[in-house]
Design a protein around this ligand. Structure first.
Ligand code: FAS
Ligand code: PHB
Length: 390
């Protein structure tokens, strides 16, 4: 088997890259270790930047998004008894769309299947070879049969725990990491959301986030201990804790109901440099992780593959500059999103180790945010997303 670009991973990064390459007339094969159902069953991101929407438009997979996504002009921040709306559109002229990562992935999967393009699911023992040489290739086992895919390039879109970054010699890669001392307990329920705009709550008991997937499906989170197990949290316990962390006027409006999904995610900031190793290119969570507070994870994956797809198209048109500068350009945007996600996480969560002084600093910064258009604009322009090439 041979293709121009072998893509490892069928999450949003891998599937969007494949779609963009197809639009550019470049052949690819996607190799995924899990089943399509498993990939779609992972409940993750919910907010799309305009840059991501533009890339989904370019890939020709955004019809359902434009028909169903909620368009938000702002979001709310609460602390103590205060609620402050951040008016994204007035401050930046941009909006965000609320449309679950599961739906983005489903749209990409459906488009790839409709075009009859090759994806291999439930591939076992995936390995990448000779990406530093002249015969890069990917191998795997499927139904007990060893497979080999020869290619010009390999795109490592296989997430934080994938095989591609792990295959890079230790001396060729440098990583930066911060692990946060808490997790997010997330709950999905078919109940009407608190509001059509998101609410980020800084509360003495811990952070909470009220998000949504539609006018009838809500996605809520509470900061929890890393020692917590999801089995310990009954729905009633979640609802009681979530309600405690909401401002009074919104707590009254909370509609509860049975969870259809509940999970705990650890939070970390992580970057691997560079994002290119010979003919292997890393994109998305394979190269970087952000705490989800800033809603950047999925959007960074999209911007990585937007840059990579353009660079590969330039290569096949005869110019090497895009591939040579891919890592530099992608990391320029990644590090700014890492900073914003770390800052917003530090502002909104309880950090017991920083004590009363740390809590006072958070309140002082939140009160400054409420009083300053400049501070709100800084938050807003990062939240709606910086330009693709910064
Ligand atoms: P993904 O991890 O989505 O996809 C990688 C794919 O590669 C997976 O399908 C995996 O099965 C496959 N793979 C792994 N190893 C492989 C191998 N050896 N061979 C073949 N395939 C392999 N972001 C937000 O913006 N908001 C959120 O609320 C949010 N919540 C999150 C919760 C969790 C638990 C996690 C882990 C992430 C969350 N994120 C969130 C970030 C998330 O949305 C990612 O940024 C996004 O999934 C990145 O997409 P990919 O880079 O495609 O990686
Ligand atoms: C979500 O809807 O899952 C979501 C939204 C915004 C975030 C994190 C998660 O910052």
């Amino acid at each position: 088997m041979r293709t121009q670009v072998a893509i490892v991973g069928a999450g949003p990064a891998g599937l969007l890259l494949a779609a963009l390459l197809h639009r550019a007339g470049i052949d690819s094969v996607v190799v995924e270790q899990r089943s399509p159902e498993y990939v779609l069953g992972r409940i993750r991101a919910g907010v799309l930047e305009q840059v991501t929407v533009d890339l989904l438009d370019e890939a020709g997979v955004s019809a359902r998004l434009h028909a169903q996504a909620l368009v938000d002009d702002g979001f709310m921040v609460s602390f103590g008894h205060r609620v402050q709306r951040i008016d994204l559109y007035r401050l930046t002229g941009k909006r965000v769309r609320v449309y679950g990562q599961t739906e983005v992935t489903r749209d990409l999967m459906d488009a790839r299947a409709a075009a009859g393009l090759k994806s291999v699911y439930e591939a076992a023992d995936v390995a990448v070879h000779d990406f530093d040489g002249t015969h890069p290739h990917v191998t795997w086992t499927k139904d007990g049969v060893e497979q080999r895919l020869d290619c010009d390039f390999i795109a490592g879109c296989d997430g934080f725990h994938g095989v591609c970054r792990a295959s890079v010699p230790a001396g060729a890669i440098r990583t930066y990491e911060k692990v946060y001392p808490f997790g997010w307990l997330g709950l999905l329920a078919d109940v009407p959301p608190l509001a059509h705009e998101l609410l980020y709550a800084n509360h003495a008991r811990g952070f909470a986030l009220a998000s949504l997937r539609s006018r009838t499906r809500s996605r809520y989170y509470v900061q929890c201990s890393l020692d917590d197990r999801v089995e310990q949290w009954s729905d009633d316990a979640f609802w009681a804790e979530f309600r405690r962390r909401l401002p009074a006027e919104l707590a009254e409006r909370l509609v509860t109901g049975p969870s259809i999904e509940k999970s705990i995610a650890p939070l970390r900031s992580f970057v691997a440099e560079p994002m290119r190793f010979g003919r292997l290119f890393l994109a998305g969570d394979a190269a970087h992780i952000v705490p989800p507070t800033g809603a950047k994870g999925l959007n960074l994956a999209a911007s990585d593959v937007g840059l990579l797809a353009r660079a590969l198209a330039e290569h096949y048109a005869g110019s090497a500059e895009g591939l040579d500068r891919y890592s530099e350009r992608a990391l320029a945007r990644v590090w700014k999103a890492e900073r914003f996600s770390w800052w917003f996480t530090s502002l909104m969560h309880r950090f017991p180790e920083t004590g009363e002084f740390g809590a006072k600093m958070q309140i002082a910064e939140l009160e400054y945010l409420c009083s300053s258009t400049a501070a709100q604009t800084c938050l807003a322009e990062n939240y709606v997303g910086l330009p693709l090439v910064t």
